[in-house]
Design a binder for this molecule. Structure first.
Ligand SMILES: Cc1ncc(COP(=O)(O)O)c(C=O)c1O
Length: 422
């Protein structure tokens, strides 16, 4: 069928079965049943959840820092080789970021320096914490706001107004937290790391880092998140603010909110942690397949370190060659070949209506990234032959032969491309 993927390359029905393709099962109204979707989250199934749900039945504790929440926090701390008490779960990362900024005492009305190219949640959190976002450009290699860039901003005319900085780990790229610890020590400016997608690459330190446990992340709880820092006072302060301002006594001591994680979310988080090694291996296999396939497509780069140093639920391709068509054109061609894609961060935040009124520097790198990057299909059971098909479709969309995929890889891509075109 022209423009359609071979039936054998459609999404798998058996997520933790062999990484092979079967008949499609796609519920999204936005994606035709013949498309490889850009995302297909998978939370632990009922069998893995059952022991935890039975514990909830026994305890009859459903929220308010119950035993499963405590267990999840302890296991996350152990995962990062951090002491007990260094992790606090929250209802979602957006609230975790907000409360961390407040807990650090970033002065109300001051500027919060943010990368221009990030997800809206980063800036929403700053506003909810009573700060004014100020958008700064990102580094072209890491796609992140780096400490020396923030120092430069501090030394510029906005100097005295910057009360906080929120670096973002773009799509799970590592952030050098030790460098941010030194920055915070030197400048006394509040720093909170938005590591929403950064579970795999995260190496925590003193600066609080906030990770999302949304279903779309590598480690999921449906909705949820956690803050991790060696600073136990900050953990206590965020916890109080996540629980109506109560600490011990039933008296609200500070204007706060409810950002607690329920026992049910913790159950999912624990079951996800049980499966982490397997999940990581699967995402790693997907990333390796992309690295191998894209090595043969000139003019396109994958995010630095993706699949070699860390894994993520997003595979971001940057179309670097200046002669290439726009990413929207490429996305249209891929859609015609049955490959769904997404511009995850399609514009810099100063261009988004909600944030137009806030200040920003020139952000040419952020604008280039928003214009030249495309999220490719990425999910735990994306099969190697699907990835080969996607990379062949990309090569066809940009008019480039897949040249360095190796002899057998090249033959297979040619075969797949021919099958797709038939
Ligand atoms: C960079 C960034 N920050 C914050 C968030 C918000 O996370 P949550 O959905 O847990 O609130 C996301 C979500 O994808 C994100 O990508």
């Amino acid at each position: 069928m022209p423009g359609d993927l071979p039936a054998s390359l459609l999404p798998s029905r058996s997520p933790y079965g062999p990484r092979r393709s079967e008949a499609p099962v796609i519920a999204s109204p936005h994606v035709s049943a013949r498309m490889i979707p850009v995302a297909r989250p998978l939370m632990p199934g009922s069998t893995r959840l059952m022991p935890y749900l039975q514990q909830i039945d026994q305890s009859r504790v459903y929220s308010n820092f119950g035993p499963l929440v405590r267990s999840l926090e302890a296991r996350l701390a152990a995962h990062f080789a951090m002491p007990i008490g260094s992790v606090l779960t929250v209802a979602n990362a957006t609230l975790g970021l907000t409360l961390a900024l407040q807990a650090l005492g970033a002065p109300k009305g001051s500027l919060c320096l943010l990368p221009s190219w990030t997800f809206a949640a980063s800036a929403h959190a700053a506003v909810m914490a009573g700060l004014r976002p100020y958008f700064f450009d990102v580094d072209p290699e890491t796609w992140a706001l780096l400490p020396d860039m923030a120092l430069h901003a501090l030394e510029s005319r906005t100097n005295r107004q910057i009360g906080a900085v929120m670096p973002v780990a773009p799509f799970g790229h590592p952030i050098d937290i030790a460098a941010w610890d030194r920055f915070a020590e030197r400048t006394r400016v509040a720093v909170v790391i938005d590591a929403a997608a950064g579970f795999d690459a995260l190496r925590p330190g003193i600066t609080p880092a906030v990770v999302s446990l949304h279903a779309t992340k590598v480690l999921g709880a449906g909705e949820g998140g956690f803050v991790v820092t060696r600073d136990k006072h900050i953990i206590a302060e965020i916890q109080r603010r996540s629980n109506f301002g109560f600490s011990g006594a039933r008296e609200a001591r500070v204007i706060s909110t409810n950002a607690k994680m329920s026992e049910y979310s913790a159950a999912i988080g624990l079951a996800s942690l049980d499966a982490w090694d397997e999940t990581r291996a699967r995402f790693h296999a997907v990333a390796r397949a992309y690295r191998a396939g894209m090595a043969g497509v000139p003019g396109v780069e994958l995010q630095s370190g993706y699949g070699t140093d860390w894994v993520s639920t997003t595979c971001i391709a940057k179309f670097t060659h200046p002669g290439l068509p726009s990413v929207d054109t490429i996305a249209g061609k891929l859609a015609a070949q049955g490959v769904d894609t997404r511009r995850w961060w399609p514009r810099v935040l100063p261009e988004e209506t909600a944030f137009e009124r806030f200040g920003h520097d020139r952000t040419p790198v952020g604008i280039e990234l928003s214009d030249r990057t495309l999220g490719l299909p990425c999910f735990v059971d994306l099969a190697d032959d699907q990835v080969a098909c996607i990379t062949a479709a990309i090569a066809a969309a940009i008019g480039a032969p897949a040249v360095r995929a190796g002899q057998s890889g090249r033959r297979r891509q040619q075969h797949l491309a021919a099958e797709m075109a038939s």
